[in-house]
Design a protein around this ligand. Structure first.
Ligand SMILES: Cc1cc2nc3c(=O)[nH]c(=O)nc-3n(C[C@H](O)[C@H](O)[C@H](O)COP(=O)(O)OP(=O)(O)OC[C@H]3O[C@@H](n4cnc5c(N)ncnc54)[C@H](O)[C@@H]3O)c2cc1C
Length: 448
């Protein structure tokens, strides 16, 4: 005898939680199935601990750049303790209780599809009108000889660290690599980042990658591009990483920042669904996989961010509740919480050209263009780049490397999403003196 619900959510990260909460609030009977902790990767091993760890090193750097402040000391024991509070000591019991008291059936176990409208978990069969797949992603394991013989941190060990390693080598120069590399180096580790591609943050514009690499190198990080770890071995207490440029690096720990594997081993074949070229669960514009089957978050492969999972969760809940909602992925912000912050939105120059857009670009140096940087720090810095569609006179992309860029990129995000005419940016009034004023200056520099 199977248990019947209106909705079953498999995977309770940010995406699954959003759908579950909205449907419960609308009076649906909801079963949530989670094999680890309710909340998913983000609050325990990803966004939240990494940002809590990065904030003190950012605050220290900001203080040391402000006039007349002596550099504050960093207290690792207190940072670590605060991180432990932020991750709720990896205990989800209060979240489980909250769902139960709000009327959900909470099942701890691994859920699998067992045919249309059916899920099995812990040997039990559940049925529902709507099933939501929200199982997220895990660390992808690169093929490096000997990796199983040496100390290796995935994002989980890296964000749960209790001691700062003296020397670390990060495999991967994307957002996670840049953030963890920044943190470890600012905490005193000798850091090497190896990046297989020709540049760090390879999906962003090359100008941004250059600024970021220069900043990391200034911090003392050994950045190696077009370089891969070939093999690793243990030598006494050391791990020796052999690189394909013929050199080797001696470290205490290897940190993986080499991308994510989507968790799609879910019995998809039982409903006739095949994953796509990047291993993603294919969805339509409503985030529907098939009749009564939906997917949200990392497993859709659209963009591996919490804000994407939350958005798709809202889209699915609306569609199930009878308010048709087509997902619009224009203008999704992409922030790397390094110091200074790195932020981008919309298309890169190359992506815009590939779409046949007649592209105009501008890049401005913030200290030369606006006054906020010099009030903010004694060695003012920062860059804003804009990518515009010349014929439609709208922004299609923006990027920035600057203090607080993760906050003020949202002006660009809104402009891209709303297809705001450049003339509105040129006639807009931003508060003086703020970083946001840079949009006016950069829009003028487009020369449209
Ligand atoms: C180090 C790091 C830092 C990051 N920082 C940021 C950031 O600052 N901002 C940002 O937007 N994004 C960040 N991300 C990305 C963000 O963590 C993910 O995009 C987000 O967690 C995806 O949410 P999700 O709901 O798709 O899945 P997840 O958070 O991965 O949750 C999926 C859940 O499903 C469960 N599950 C899996 N399979 C099953 C099954 N068969 N049955 C039952 N349960 C199952 C898992 O246990 C998990 O709890 C970061 C990622 C990393 C690795």
């Amino acid at each position: 005898m199977s248990k019947r619900f209106d909705v079953i959510v498999i995977g309770m990260g940010p995406g699954g939680e959003t759908v579950a909460q909205r449907l419960m609030a609308a009076g649906k009977s909801v079963a949530v199935v989670e094999k680890e902790l309710i909340g998913g990767e983000c609050p325990y091993w990803a966004c939240m601990p990494s940002k809590a760890l990065l904030r003190p090193v950012e605050a220290r750097a900001e203080a040391s750049h402000a006039a007349g402040i002596s550099t504050p000391a960093v207290d690792w024991a207190k940072i670590r303790n605060y991180r432990d509070i932020i991750v709720g000591y990896h205990d989800d019991s209060s979240r489980v209780d909250a769902y139960r008291s709000d009327g959900a059936t909470v099942i701890k176990g691994e859920g699998r599809l067992a045919g249309p409208g059916q899920v099995t978990v812990n040997g039990e069969r559940l049925t529902a009108d709507n099933i939501i797949l929200a199982t997220g992603s895990r660390q992808a394991w690169p093929s490096v000889e000997g990796l199983d013989q040496v100390p290796v941190w995935t994002n989980r060990e890296a964000t749960s660290l209790t001691e700062i390693p003296e020397r670390a080598l990060l495999i991967g120069g994307s957002a996670v690599g840049v953030e963890l590399g920044t943190f470890l180096s600012r905490m005193g580790s000798r850091v090497t980042i190896v990046q297989r591609g020709p540049r760090l943050l390879g999906r962003e514009v090359p100008e941004l990658s250059e600024l970021v690499a220069a900043r990391l190198v200034k911090d003392g990080i050994d950045v190696r591009v077009r370089c891969q770890a070939r093999a690793v071995r243990r030598e006494g207490q050391d791990t020796v990483v052999e690189l394909d440029d013929g050199t080797s690096v001696r470290v205490d720990v290897v940190v993986l920042a080499s991308g994510r594997a989507l968790r799609t081993d879910l019995g998809l074949e039982s409903v006739g669904v095949r994953t796509g070229a990047r291993g993603e669960v294919p969805i339509d514009q409503h985030c529907r996989v098939a009749d009564g089957l939906w997917a949200v978050g990392d497993i859709t492969g659209v963009a591996l961010f919490t804000h994407m999972a939350l958005y798709q969760g809202r889209v699915v809940a609306d569609n199930i509740l009878g308010t048709p909602h087509v997902a619009n992925y224009t203008g999704i912000p992409r922030v790397v919480f390094a110091e200074p912050e790195i932020a981008a939105v919309g298309l890169t120059t190359d992506a815009a050209r590939r779409q046949g857009i007649d592209v105009a670009t501008a890049q401005i140096d913030l200290p030369r263009s606006i006054r906020r940087p010099e009030t903010y720090e004694t060695e003012p810095s920062g860059t804003l780049g804009l990518i515009a569609d010349r014929s439609r006179r709208i922004l299609v992309g923006a990027w920035a490397v600057s203090p607080l860029a993760g906050e003020w990129i949202h002006t660009g995000a809104l402009a891209v999403r709303a297809q705001l005419p450049i003339d509105v940016l040129l006639d807009g009034i931003a508060q003086f003196p703020t970083y946001n004023e840079a949009y006016y200056e950069a829009a003028a520099a487009l020369g449209l």
